[in-house]
Design a binder for this molecule. Structure first.
Ligand code: ADP
Ligand code: TRP
Length: 321
């Protein structure tokens, strides 16, 4: 079974990225042939400063390794080191109906956020389909917002197979974890870099992490009153990091009343800080050893490149090249 996923180097990863994509990918690296990459071609749609792009790629590689991506188990590379994917994207473009792309909500969302409407942004899902199909991927772990792109990938693969021959491209399945499908941000909306409501995996200092968590939106229920644990972003985030017993305890305390929201935010802060503490340590080691990180990506590109060429050759021959 091939497991594949990608993430854009478009800033520091946050706990929505971690729970939606990175942690599930890391967990799956024991269950099959895992392929994970840093989607720098995709980032060109929004990052236009070469120094920033380079730094974001380096930072994300370190963060992903620190979180537990194991290069002995998973192939890990930078997307642009396997440029064959852009060739497949072109070939797939020619079987992708315009209407299919016009229906993609991410294009409209991104324009609404102020990203300039380039052709690359519009064609983004076709490149994503190529990322997946070029490795005969079976399973794609992602957050819920990416579901439509996987559906498009399946449709495009189906169109290609209809036109050129059954079973040429493998149809992938999305894998979306229910509990972390949409992690809420500080304001309760989906946590996203574009909403400025994120908690980064590696905030610079503990103080900054605590300060952010203290900003989580709450209502104005007085300290002594009973509070509804099922209507609280604090509880929603806490259960992603705490044990079932700890969650039950917090919920009971909410119902009983007598504590202000600041008390629960402090508990959430400690849970998040402790969860990422060992990763933070590893991160510092990788930060000091950039030769190791470069080596991992280089080695990954070699392995990914071999598989990509195999599929591109199959596709080229099928379309008549
Ligand atoms: P952002 O919205 O911050 O720009 P991306 O679009 O780069 O995040 O997402 C990268 C990966 O992280 C995707 O697989 C996406 O589904 C997942 N992801 C992003 N935000 C969340 C969230 N709030 N909850 C769950 N998964 C998320
Ligand atoms: N579009 C994805 C995101 O914004 C990143 C991505 C690019 C991806 N290619 C992919 C994810 C292939 C899964 C599979 O998060």
């Amino acid at each position: 079974m091939r497991i594949l996923s990608g993430i854009q180097p478009s800033g520091r990863p946050h706990i929505g990225n971690y729970l939606g994509m990175m942690e599930p990918s890391i967990r799956l690296q024991d269950e099959g042939d895992a392929f994970y990459f840093i989607a720098d071609y995709h980032s060109l749609t929004s990052t236009h400063d070469p120094a920033v792009l380079r730094e974001n790629v380096r930072g994300l590689a370190i963060d992903f390794l620190a979180c537990g991506l194991d290069p002995e188990k998973a192939t890990f590379w930078r997307q642009s080191d396997v440029p064959e994917v852009t060739e497949l994207a072109w070939i797939l473009s020619c079987v992708t109906p315009m209407g299919m792309l016009e229906r993609c909500v991410s294009y409209k969302d991104k324009i609404a956020q102020g990203i300039s409407p380039s052709h690359g942004l519009f064609a983004y899902p076709v490149l994503q389909a190529a990322d997946i199909l070029i490795f005969d991927s079976n399973v794609v772990p992602i957050g819920k917002d990416q579901k439509q792109h996987i559906e498009l990938t399946r449709d495009v693969a189906g169109k290609f197979n209809d036109r050129y021959g059954e079973d040429l491209l493998v149809i992938p399945e999305p894998q979306i974890r229910e509990d972390t499908a949409t992690v809420p941000g500080l304001d309760g909306q989906k946590m996203s870099k574009s909403y400025d409501n994120t908690i980064d995996i590696f905030e610079e200092t503990e103080k900054k992490l605590r300060k952010k968590i203290m900003k989580i939106v709450t209502d104005s229920t007085p300290v002594e009153d009973s509070k509804d644990p099922d209507d609280s972003y604090i509880v929603e985030l806490f259960q992603l990091f705490a044990s079932p017993d700890e969650v039950a305890e917090m919920k009971d305390s909410f119902r009983t009343g007598g504590q202000g929201y600041g008390h629960y935010k402090q508990q959430l802060f400690e849970a998040i800080r402790d969860h990422f503490a060992p990763m933070r340590e590893r991160r510092e080691e990788f930060e000091r050893d950039s030769a190791y990180v470069d080596g991992v990506l280089e080695d990954g590109a070699k392995r990914a490149g071999e598989k990509a060429r195999e599929v591109v050759d199959r596709v080229r021959s099928a379309v008549g090249m």
